[in-house]
Design a protein around this ligand. Structure first.
Ligand code: MGD
Ligand code: MGD
Ligand code: SF4
Ligand code: MO
Length: 707
């Protein structure tokens, strides 16, 4: 009543990939406000609109608050409230039946993007014995992590924090826009912006004139999907103009001669028509990058979402290696996690994910049959198709935790059919009802980050942060507590040896001599950075060196040196189709106000961003009679979706950029009009990256007309 703040508690936000430390303002036991923490070394007071809207999300009237069991037909939106005990008992019974006959691989576990519970979903799948762990990792970040692992044995991260006394003198920002969207891959966009301000040179590679492009020394506005060609031409310039780091290349890299030979045909003149970046601009940018030291290359999801994404990642790693920017102050560094902490990110410590639990004969039963040698997941489009066709076999049950694949994945109509008509038993854990959850048999209410105790280190690996449970809405539960209960019910105690999750959190900290409670008071633990570790330790690769030429790729029968592959549908590959569909379609560049399909029901965010938007060049719009704010249809050979036109001269006249993950939580259940503006309905299912299964989401084709 008094409206008085009674307490201000430090915690860390998880409105996105969770890097910003925040102050949570309490009135009694109610969270009333979240603000940025000015003393935070990871975010220095930054807070984006999603972070600020956290209390509104936490107390949103539409939050799921109790477990719900389906009573009507699938998709009829008829539910009964059940207790947690009943829900867990039902899951244990159903999962046990599947495990006994036909076998554990007939249960799939699905999740969306990296989330606080990732290590537990993987651990659960491994312990249960199913290889069918379905998630969007094939087109999000993990290809870069795997490419890095095979090239240099770890993930290089831009050294924007300057622990070694230097921040980058040159920044090459490639297919990443976290400065506008808030944060990604464990880095706060505003911290990156600070480093950009200090840098002498800035190069931006992006088909769109993002805010950073306006201040860049070089903005390379490439054709979407052609980035591997651009990278090859930059490598060409750096080698032929002798701008590479002789010491690093000579002493610490593997395969330079073969790279130099391989790169010969890929001149800037070759790349010019492919990428639409003039050859002299490619040369100039390559010179700037190679001669301004230290330089750092910040990459993003723009490169993952193509059929050439894995090779592109490799090409960018080669750029980092050739210029000797690896593991030097202000370059691209291999972070050292804090001492004594078991970092629970599976990307840092696979043992927390329990990889040892899944026997090889079960691994071989993955629905994709090992088709994509560097895929981290069970390939979602292949998986959902298999549920409909039964080929190679049909799984019986699925537990979807924190994902909305009907709208965020391609083949949403197939996902819908799979869940509605073929899946025998579906459990969805979510914060809200979604088009996907509507097709479940059991829906479980998940805890918001303000309702969770946690040790945070999903992506960031030089520090771990504390998160504090400060609220409780209805009967929501932390997903990991639920996984614990189901795992214990199934007798998976060897994989889940802790009595509960707090015991697990204490176990992670065991070697620091600190309990979780003590850690919560400390709020952050930092690693002690050491640079140039390769000088004494080498690189954790087959050759012990930085592999310009990849022995692992050779072993897999894949190109050990990057090659450019044209997008499957494009003005070059399919000129006849491009006549009918004369725009290059990009979709899914991240939105500042939302997290993919999440938060669209939060009023303050929706006011800022009420409708799905497509960016189109003003000249093209004028030719089509389209004005700012008009509703338009995008149509591809595979489908159609509706967006509001935003005229933007920072995009090429034959490129459009549509938002993804739209649905209308305010519209009637069960479908919430998700088919109206779903960019992913535009994609077919025949073109995938041969290494990872990634899909050409940012380089497809479409036509545009007024609605
Ligand atoms: N066309 C196109 N499609 C894309 C992309 C693109 O660029 N273009 N990007 C792709 C990328 S990079 C990704 S990562 C995927 C994302 O795909 P998803 O991860 O499926 O996307 P989200 O909308 O984040 O779905 C998450 C769901 O989890 C719920 N949720 C949030 N937090 C929790 C929690 O703690 N527990 C539980 N149980 N539920 C929670 C949310 O309410 C939401 O319904 O989309 C991909 N799809
Ligand atoms: N606010 C907010 N933050 C988020 C998310 C969110 O949904 N909302 N999602 C999180 C997730 S799961 C992810 S994966 C990250 C992703 O975050 P980012 O890595 O920043 O990726 P995107 O926003 O998908 O795209 C970044 C840029 O790539 C450009 N791009 C598109 N195609 C190409 C191309 O062919 N070549 C090049 N060079 N560039 C291209 C786009 O124009 C865009 O400006 O963001 C995370 N953070
Ligand atoms: S950028 Fe992400 S972590 Fe930071 S305040 Fe926004 S939602 Fe929270
Ligand atoms: Mo992602």
């Amino acid at each position: 009543m008094s409206g008085r703040i009674t307490d201000v508690v430090r915690s860390s936000c998880r409105g996105c990939h969770g890097v910003c430390q925040v102050l949570v303002h309490m009135e009694g036991d109610k969270v009333v406000k979240v603000s940025g923490d000015p003393d935070s070394p990871t975010s220095r007071g930054f807070l984006c609109p999603k972070g600020a809207a956290a209390p509104e999300m936490l107390y949103h009237p539409d939050r799921l608050q109790h477990p719900l069991r389906r009573t009507g037909a699938r998709g009829e939106n008829k539910w009964e409230r059940v207790s947690w005990d009943e829900a867990i008992a039902e899951m244990v019974e159903r999962f046990e039946l599947i495990r006994r006959e036909p076998g554990s691989e007939y249960l799939a576990v699905a999740q969306g993007t990296g989330r606080p519970y990732t290590e537990f979903t993987i651990r659960f799948a491994n312990a249960f014995g199913t290889p069918n762990f379905v998630n969007p990792g094939h087109l999000c970040y993990i290809p870069r992590v795997i490419g890095s692992a095979i090239t240099l044995g770890g993930l290089p991260v831009s050294d924007i924090y300057g622990f070694g006394g230097k921040t980058p003198a040159c920044i090459l920002n490639w297919g990443c826009n976290h400065v506008e969207t808030g944060a990604s891959d464990g880095m706060c966009g505003s911290m990156f912006k600070r480093a950009v301000k200090k840098a002498e040179k800035l190069i931006v590679v992006d088909p769109r004139r993002i805010s950073l492009a306006k201040e860049a020394d070089h903005w390379l506005q490439l054709r979407p999907g052609s980035e591997c060609a651009l990278a090859l031409a930059m490598i060409h310039t750096i080698i032929t103009e002798d701008l590479y780091d002789h010491e690093f290349v000579g002493k610490y890299s593997f395969g330079f001669d073969r790279l130099a030979e391989h790169i010969r045909p890929f001149t800037p003149e070759w790349a010019d028509p492919v990428t639409r970046v003039p050859a002299d601009q490619i040369r100039a940018a390559a010179r700037t990058y190679a001669t301004t030291r230290p330089a750092s290359l910040q990459w993003g999801n723009g490169i993952d979402t193509s059929v050439n994404g894995f090779q592109t990642g490799r090409a960018l790693l080669i750029l980092m290696g050739l210029t000797g920017n690896i593991d030097i102050p202000g370059g691209d560094v291999l972070w050292i996690p804090p001492k004594g902490v078991k970092p629970k990110s599976p990307l840092v410590d696979m043992s927390v994910a329990g990889v040892q639990f899944l026997p090889p004969e079960k691994k071989a039963r993955i629905i994709t049959g090992g088709k994509y040698p560097f895929a981290p997941n069970c390939h979602p489009p292949t998986f959902w198709k298999s549920v409909v066709t039964g080929d190679p076999y049909r799984v019986r049950g699925i537990w979807i935790i924190g994902s909305n694949p009907i709208v965020t994945g391609t083949q949403g109509l197939t996902v819908e059919r799979a869940l509605r008509d073929h899946m025998e038993y579906t459990v969805v854990s979510d914060l809200f009802m979604t088009p996907t959850a509507q097709l479940a048999d059991l829906v479980l209410p998940a805890a918001h980050w303000l309702e969770q105790d946690d040790l945070v280190c999903m992506h960031k690996i030089w520090c771990v942060l504390a998160r504090k449970k400060l609220a409780q809405v209805g009967e929501t539960r932390d997903d990991r507590d639920v996984i614990f209960d189901v795992a214990h019910g199934l007798g998976l105690n060897a994989a889940f040896p802790w009595p509960d999750r707090h015991a697990y959190l204490n176990w992670l900290l065991e070697d620091t001599g600190m309990s979780f409670e003590e850690f919560q008071k400390k709020e952050i633990l930092m690693g002690e950075m050491r640079y140039r570790k390769y000088e004494t330790e080498g690189f954790h690769t087959p050759s012990g060196k930085f592999e310009l030429y990849s022995n692992v790729m050779e072993h897999e029968g894949r190109p050990p040196l990057p090659v450019y592959v044209e997008p499957p549908l494009s003005p070059v590959s399919t000129p006849w189709l491009f006549k009918e569909y004369p725009f290059i379609l990009m979709s899914g560049t991240k939105m500042r106000e939302f997290f993919h399909s999440e938060m669209h029901q939060v009023a303050s965010l929706r006011r800022r961003h009420p409708d799905p938007v497509v960016e189109i060049h003003p000249d093209s719009a004028a030719n089509l009679g389209i004005e700012e704010g008009d509703w338009v249809y995008l149509e591809s050979p595979h489908g159609q979706a509706k967006f509001k036109a935003r005229l933007f001269e920072g995009i090429a006249p034959d490129v459009v950029n549509a938002e993804h993950a739209w649905w209308y939580p305010e519209a009637p259940a069960p479908d919430y009009r998700w088919k109206e503006s779903c960019a992913n309905l535009l994609y077919g299912d025949e073109h995938f990256d041969p290494d990872t299964g990634a899909e050409p989401l940012k380089c497809y084709i479409c036509k545009v007309y007024k609605a």
